[in-house]
Design a protein around this ligand. Structure first.
Ligand SMILES: NC(=O)c1ccc[n+]([C@@H]2O[C@H](COP(=O)([O-])OP(=O)(O)OC[C@H]3O[C@@H](n4cnc5c(N)ncnc54)[C@H](O)[C@@H]3O)[C@@H](O)[C@H]2O)c1
Length: 353
């Protein structure tokens, strides 16, 4: 295969960083984009030759090998199934689906149609988090005992993510799924969900939220998880964090520890009286002292992630556990267990392997 022909479904935030990543990749040609709005803007920005209002029409094209699903969460299932039935390999943004049955069905159909289902957990490719994994794997901090990880910011830009039904929850599924996915990658056995118990606490949505009273889902979620080899994990996903997107991971081992600051770790300290044009995702002020991101899309993992998925298609590789369909399913199962724990006030014990 010379160049991989790509079709993007979606036209806004996630579609933009998929296009950015593909445009840096010499093995890719973006053939078309399908969405219900913003088509003119995205096709102009990334020089995409064809646009479609109906993604099914786009999937009829023979020159598209790979589809990027950059749509609201509740649409992931139907679009992945349609892509698989059209014989396309699929990259699905997080979460894989809004419920366990849909996620299982997506895996089954992709397997039957012999197409790859790749789960876009960018934390598995973010250079600082990949480096941390190498240090863990070489044994330099001993046995991992405890990991604390979070993605938090001041609220979603997407109207779909504010609606509990179309999102599948609130901040916990939308943001907390990143640390959960990374923990599976870090501590998971090949292809097996290593989590044995979870306990979650969240705000209640709407009037029971701390800040975002218009959001149907929670605006604050935290949870404790226990892994089968005894490790503890603590994860957070909230919309009450002002000052820019705050992604942090702390890994505590028997012989050492690591603290990773994914979003504020810029080597630049900038002071501007009038403010700079952009600092980091979800900052509302950029004057005074800031830490402007350096190649944010690369650093968050999107560019290496999509390069890896393109290689999986070109070289017919099986995506590793963490970014395959089974890890996507495991994340959905764990998030659902956290929601159940919050609703019942009890720890949920399970073997999801
Ligand atoms: N990996 C990450 O860090 C990351 C970051 C942001 C978003 N995401 C994920 O990407 C996905 C999209 O999020 P977003 O922020 O781009 O949302 P968005 O609201 O910015 O864009 C939604 C897109 O969906 C399209 N759309 C809506 N309904 C449609 C339909 N019926 N048919 C075709 N297109 C339709 C809209 O045209 C729009 O382009 C979500 O699943 C989200 O969780 C991942």
């Amino acid at each position: 295969m010379n160049k991989v022909g790509v079709g993007i479904v979606g036209s806004k935030f996630a579609a933009d960083f998929h296009c950015d990543s593909y445009s840096r990749n010499e093995h890719v040609e973006i053939k078309a984009v399908a969405a219900i709005d913003n088509l003119e803007a995205i096709s102009k920005k990334w020089n995409i030759p064809d646009t479609y209002l109906d993604y099914k029409e786009m999937f009829k094209r023979k020159d598209i090998d790979l589809v990027s699903v950059c749509l609201p969460n509740f649409l992931h299932h139907d679009v992945v199934i349609a892509a698989a039935e059209a014989g396309k390999h699929v990259i699905c943004e997080k979460p894989l689906a809004t419920n366990i049955e849909d996620a299982r069905h997506m895996i089954k159909v992709c397997r039957e149609k012999n197409v790859k289902l790749m789960y876009a957990e960018d934390w598995c490719f973010a250079p600082p988090l990949k480096r941390a994994l190498e240090v863990v794997k070489e044994g330099s901090i001993g046995k991992v005992l405890y990991v604390k990880a979070k993605e938090c910011h001041n609220g979603t830009h997407s109207p779909f993510a504010k609606d509990k039904k179309s999102c599948g929850g609130g901040s916990f599924v939308h943001l907390g799924i990143h640390p959960i996915g990374y923990l599976l990658y870090l501590l998971g056995d090949e292809g097996r969900n290593p989590v044995v118990e979870v306990t979650g606490k969240m705000t209640g949505g709407l009037d029971e939220n701390y800040v975002h009273k218009g959001n149907g889902g929670e605006d604050f979620g935290m949870g404790m998880m226990r892994f089968k080899n005894g490790e503890f994990g603590f994860v957070e996903g909230n919309y009450i964090t002002v000052g820019g997107m705050d992604d942090k991971v702390e890994i505590y081992g028997s012989e050492g520890l690591m603290k990773i600051d994914l979003t504020f770790g810029s080597p630049i300290d900038c002071y501007s009286r009038k403010g700079i044009s952009y600092a980091i995702e979800k900052t509302d002020f950029t004057n005074g002292w800031t830490k402007p991101a350096v190649d944010e899309f690369y650093n968050l993992g999107y560019v290496p992630e999509l390069a890896y998925f393109v290689d999986c298609v070109r070289k017919d590789l099986k995506p590793f556990y963490g970014v395959d369909g089974s890890a996507g399913l495991a994340c959905v199962e764990i998030v659902q267990a956290f929601y159940e724990s919050n609703a019942t006030g009890k720890t949920v014990y399970g073997s999801w392997a």
